[in-house]
Design a protein around this ligand. Structure first.
Ligand SMILES: NC(=O)c1ccc[n+]([C@@H]2O[C@H](COP(=O)([O-])OP(=O)(O)OC[C@H]3O[C@@H](n4cnc5c(N)ncnc54)[C@H](O)[C@@H]3O)[C@@H](O)[C@H]2O)c1
Length: 368
């Protein structure tokens, strides 16, 4: 059985089970079935037996109907949790108790206290735990992080990021998504901290402009978040659920010496030219935009389990981004900026969030 903190052994391979085979889980399973170094897909599981059996057949691995049976399988070293967000914490805790290293999709839970309880239980178990903040493995985003944090751009004064889906997710996903700020904005908020440092104020606005279904769920489908960083720098994030033209994920950081920009990378390099006009393809979704990052994040996970390499997208990173997402949701509801107070803990930075009355000092993160 593989273990964390073990000495590097290039010959060992991680046997991984995938729980949940929807949009994301199926993609992880396909990657693990041959495209991820040092990993083998051991089995797949889904509450929808028809879907599970079909994926298992296609990928040539066993289908296990009961996720608990995957956790009890001594031949499985690790699991990918790609079920709906509300079930992540329970499954991750069960996996940790069963000694399975866990790669969990974001967010860890839709509830702050449950997230914290899960992280504490996982920490006690000693298994490796990584969250699906895939940009922390994308070479472009890593390059900007290294240069921005390494001082090459000078004093950083502006961060801008856009994340827009081409079309709304299915209604079945929306019900348990956690809403725009915890489901979508989480990625850009995580990158904001990673590139720029900690955030001391969040001001979010949202609207339902493209799909009325979001109003039925008390959610928004277009959002703008402005950030003020501890350093004094400013940031702007724009998020959308149905951009129409394609999937957008781009970002920029501006410093006193230089700036860096990551454009919306096309899924292939063919440029079409016609009189007075040229065009490039646009990715339709996250799997077309980030095929490499989704593979590398699993290779990074394997390196943490097999070699003891530091986890690059930890549960505590995900919690900090979640807390900023909570602050954005609160700001949007209240219609005003919300102060956030970062404070270091033994595991990483956590945020106190201003309530309607005052800053929630001392409370784990403030409640929405
Ligand atoms: N990192 C990213 O870029 C990214 C992108 C999309 C989705 N996600 C995350 O991935 C997760 C899944 O999203 P999705 O769009 O794939 O959802 P989905 O609704 O398409 O798929 C969920 C699947 O899980 C199955 N399932 C439900 N409960 C289960 C359980 N207890 N055990 C086993 N299977 C179960 C369902 O039958 C379904 O097949 C969400 O948490 C979402 O936030 C992350």
């Amino acid at each position: 059985m593989a273990g964390s903190g073990s000495s590097p052994d290039a010959r060992r391979r991680l046997q991984v089970g995938v729980l949940g085979l929807g949009r994301m889980g199926r993609f992880h399973a396909e990657n693990l079935a041959g495209r991820v170094a040092r990993c083998d897909l051991a089995c797949v599981s889904d509450l929808d037996a028809d879907r599970g059996e079909q994926v298992a057949r296609e990928l040539g691995v066993p289908f296990v109907a009961d996720p608990d049976a995957v956790l009890a399988d001594g031949g499985v070293d690790a699991v990918v949790v790609a079920t709906p967000s509300a079930s992540h914490a329970e499954l991750s805790i069960a996996a940790a108790r069963a000694g399975k290293h866990t790669f969990c999709e974001k967010p860890i839970s839709l509830d702050h206290d449950e997230t914290l309880a899960a992280l504490e239980a996982i920490e006690r178990s000693g298994v490796v735990f990584q969250v699906g903040l895939h940009r922390r493995f994308d070479p472009d985003w890593v390059m900007v992080a290294d240069r921005a944090r390494g001082g090459e751009l000078g004093d950083l004064y502006f961060y801008r990021a856009a994340l827009r889906d081409m079309s709304s997710p299915p209604a079945s996903f929306l019900t348990g998504s956690g809403g725009m700020f915890l489901d979508v904005s989480l990625h850009d908020l995580d990158v904001a901290r990673w590139w720029m440092g900690e955030v001391v104020e969040v001001w979010a606005q949202g609207a339902v402009l493209t799909d009325r279904a979001f109003a039925d769920h008390g959610d928004v489908d277009v959002a703008v978040i402005t950030l003020r960083f501890e350093s004094g720098a400013l940031g702007v994030i724009d998020n959308g659920r149905s951009a129409g033209y394609g999937y957008e994920s781009s970002a920029e950081v501006v410093g006193s010496k230089a700036s860096m920009y990551i454009g919306n990378r096309p899924p292939h390099g063919v440029e079409s030219r016609m009189p007075g006009w040229r065009s490039l393809a646009v990715a339709r979704d996250f799997t077309e935009r980030y095929p490499l990052a989704y593979r590398l994040e699993l290779e990074g996970f394997a390196a943490s389990v097999l070699d003891g390499a530091p986890v690059r997208a930890s549960g505590w990173d995900a919690l900090a981004a979640f807390e900023l997402g909570m602050a954005a949701a609160r700001s949007q509801r209240a219609g005003r900026p919300v102060r956030t107070r970062p404070h270091p803990t033994a595991h990483g930075v956590r945020y106190d969030i201003e309530t309607d009355d005052a800053l929630d000092v001392g409370h784990p993160a403030g409640r929405t």
